[in-house]
Design a protein. Structure first.
Length: 295
């Protein structure tokens, strides 16, 4: 195969000595919002990509792996999904997946960065697939922390699709005990709080374990699950939190019934995939069980 020449590369560093190189075939946008550096590019392998502060958020090629994993296990498990709250999720893909279920009456999405939402509407319309215009969507451009403090609603599912709580991230302030208490106060009985929770490979799972240890102080069940996301070039982890439901033992029949009520076809998630998501390797189980740092 002849070598293709590219003038630019997007290099995502996962450590000072590790990086994933993506050849850039097109740059749609590169600039800074009031909160973070934002890039929208196109690559030969993964298609269009959204990048925030140098980190891949999602790619056209495999965003459904991430978004179906984030949304559907929690939605399948919750007692009620009539009212759903999304924290973050500027691309609109998390909103899209929630609204695929006919049982959802309203989904409120709160994202602080209006530029990301506007760029996603302009350059990444496939992500939302019309979700922003859905009459059941209540999209708020604003501070999720302020919303949690002021809101008095009750939600069957709360989904955190925020960036990782790194020191230089606008999401950093949303990972502490006071905020987790605010989130739990908004969760209806039988509800599930689910969040993207950093990386889960053997060499980079420390932040995920820190998040899990912190949330165990708030919920009876804090369950890790993960999958490989090729565009991220690593295993990506999630946490499902509930006082009543352990998602790792969700019945196959319940998942099948839930999936049968979704509009369109799933790309990644079903009952068999659910079992795989919650089958953690020994190294990760040991890391999660060990004492360590919390927020």
């Amino acid at each position: 195969m002849p070598k293709t020449e590219f003038w630019q590369w997007y290099v995502e560093e996962s450590a000072p000595t590790e990086a994933h190189h993506h050849a850039i075939s097109r740059v749609f946008f590169e600039g800074r919002s009031d909160f973070q550096q934002v890039s929208v590019i196109e690559t030969p392998v993964f298609g269009k990509m959204l990048i925030l502060d140098g980190d891949t958020q999602s790619s056209q090629g495999d965003e459904k792996i991430y978004h179906e994993t984030l949304v559907h296990p929690a939605m399948a498990a919750a007692r009620s999904i009539e009212e759903v709250l999304i924290l973050g999720g500027g691309e609109g893909a998390t909103l899209r997946e929630v609204l695929r279920h006919k049982g959802v009456k309203r989904c409120t999405m709160v994202d602080i960065d209006g530029l990301v939402i506007d760029l996603s509407k302009k350059y990444l319309p496939e992500w939302a697939d019309g979700a922003f215009e859905n009459p059941r969507a209540n999209v708020i451009v604003g501070d999720a922390l302020a919303y949690l403090r002021e809101d008095r609603g009750q939600y069957g599912v709360i989904i955190s699709d925020l960036t990782e709580p790194l020191e230089d991230s606008p999401s950093n302030l949303l990972f502490n005990h006071d905020v987790f208490a605010d989130i739990k106060a908004r969760l209806a009985p039988g509800g599930v709080y689910v969040l993207q929770a950093s990386t889960a490979a053997w060499h980079n799972a420390s932040l995920h374990c820190k998040m899990a240890r912190t949330l165990r102080r708030h919920y009876a069940h804090v369950t890790s699950f993960f999958t490989h996301v090729p565009a991220f070039d690593t295993d990506w982890a999630f946490l499902a939190c509930s006082d009543e439901i352990d998602l790792s033992v969700l019945a196959r029949e319940r998942i099948d019934s839930y999936c049968s009520q979704l509009s369109g076809e799933n790309f990644f998630y079903d009952a068999q995939t659910h079992a795989r998501l919650f089958s953690l390797p020994l190294y990760l189980r040991r890391m999660l069980a060990a004492p360590g740092a919390t927020f």
